[in-house]
Design a protein around this ligand. Structure first.
Ligand code: ATP
Ligand code: MG
Length: 425
């Protein structure tokens, strides 16, 4: 074992994991690409101020989960903890407000949060995200939600639940916050000490409390959903009608809060029973104030992000096709046997044959370990090669069909033709 290990809360993505991830990526590309979302990749780090201003100074993410460092020139940079603020930054930086709106973008990137690592919660993790910037149409919210539902379904994720709510405008929220704080203060006797201690810091937490007394008290608490301004209530009703019409089931959850300050109006979250404590698979909502907050004109927008590791955990087995090896190119004089010039010439022929096979669309692996011929045949068997080509001399190949055991002596070009004729095994 080496004296180094991947940092706590991070992990290596090994080849078998890469295949499952590639499959997820292909589904995301197919579903989001077909809906007209263009892929975007932003830098892994941004000015700290972007997240402080975008995500919100008071959020857990900004207060305690960011990896922030000095760039050596006195500027503060932060490894991106989320993708929405960077995408909005890019929207403004590249003048995308001049394009037809909404501008629809998606990403699959890694993000960084200094959290206590556990299953489904890491310090470097990946998210698929989608953003539609420049429309306040309820259809935008509904489309985004349906696209995420599609993605989860395409991965065969079981036991998903969709929770949905609306937060209204920041002004409605601020008024509601005061009303809720007043309610909690007036009912302190019926609340747990932990909830009482956090009344001013995070009054919404009271809705998540586990103890019975608090839960009973909270049954009479005012709900933000009942305080929405008429336009916001109408917008939310329209989103719900569209989801109903599309046959997507959801639960109204007036206590749904998300960990980012920028949300307005619609918010949603998908959870999966297949996950343990970290049950959130993905979520998002509308963020009509964010682009302006970052210096642009008032621009309505909505989006979501879903955790790649959590989706893969919830998806269980994915039908990953086993790698096909059409051809293994063996060399008769390998290792220490024979003269060096002979070995080089034979290996050169092997290279040429493998390259030709790959150009013809076949997968071909070469002997690289200096094994004996017997060892090479064993290796070909181990990787499930359909054919083995043994290079006997500069222009001569013994081609063996590993299925039937038949073999014949051919020229390299004829060997490729023979494999192609036999078809991929
Ligand atoms: P949680 O409640 O689990 O902390 P969150 O509300 O912080 O999630 P978002 O910021 O909305 O999550 O990110 C969207 C998705 O990204 C989550 O639903 C989850 O699947 C994934 N995610 C968030 N944080 C992590 C993490 N530290 N490790 C792995 N996946 C994560
Ligand atoms: Mg979190």
């Amino acid at each position: 074992m080496s004296s180094f290990q991947a940092p706590r809360g991070t992990f290596d993505v090994l080849p078998a994991d890469c295949e499952r991830r590639a499959l997820l990526e292909a589904h995301a590309q197919r579903i989001l690409g077909a809906a007209g979302y263009g892929r975007i990749e932003t830098p892994a780090f941004e000015p700290t101020e972007l997240f402080a201003r975008g995500v919100g100074e008071a959020t857990d993410i900004v207060r305690k989960e960011m990896y922030t460092f000095d760039d050596g020139g006195g500027r503060s940079l932060t490894l991106r903890p989320e993708g929405t603020a960077p995408v909005c930054r890019a929207y403004l930086e590249h003048g995308m407000h001049r394009l037809a709106q909404p501008v629809k973008l998606w990403y699959l990137s890694s993000f960084f949060r200094a959290e206590a690592p556990q299953k489904g919660r890491y310090r470097q993790f990946w998210q698929v995200g989608a953003e539609a910037i420049g429309s306040d149409e309820p259809a935008t919210d509904a489309e985004l939600i349906l696209l995420l539902a599609d993605l989860l379904e395409s991965l065969g994720i079981r036991g998903t639940r969709l929770r949905l709510s609306s937060l209204g405008t920041p002004a409605t929220r601020a008024d509601y916050r005061q009303e809720l704080i007043a309610f909690l203060r007036a009912h302190e006797d019926g609340l747990s000490p932990e909830v009482v201690a956090r009344i001013d810091l995070n009054p919404m937490r009271a809705f998540d409390a586990g103890d019975r007394r608090t839960r009973e008290t909270m049954r009479d608490a005012p709900l933000l959903l009942h305080r929405l301004a008429p336009e916001d209530a109408e917008h939310f009703a329209a989103v719900r009608e569209l989801l109903d019409g599309a046959g997507l089931r959801y639960e109204l959850d007036p206590t749904l809060v998300r960990g980012l300050d920028y949300y307005t109006r619609t918010v949603f979250e998908f959870t999966s029973d297949a996950l343990g404590a970290q049950s959130g698979v993905g979520g998002g909502g509308r963020y009509d104030g964010l682009v302006q907050q970052l210096g642009g004109d008032p621009t309505p927008a909505a989006g979501w992000a879903a955790g790649v590791e959590r989706m893969l955990l919830a998806a269980g087995e994915l039908p990953v096709a086993p790698a096909v090896v059409d051809l293994f190119v063996a060399v008769a004089v390998a290792g220490d046997g024979g003269r060096r010039e002979d070995r080089t010439r034979v290996t050169g022929t092997a290279f040429e044959l493998a390259n030709r096979a790959r150009r013809a669309g076949l997968s071909a692996q070469m002997e690289l370990a200096g094994r004996s011929l017997k060892g090479q045949l064993r290796q070909a068997d181990r990787i499930g090669a359909g054919w083995v080509a043994i290079i006997d001399g500069p222009m001569q190949v013994t081609l063996k069909n590993m299925g039937s055991g038949e073999q014949s002596q051919l020229e390299p070009a004829a060997a490729i033709a023979e494999i192609l004729r036999g078809g991929r095994l």
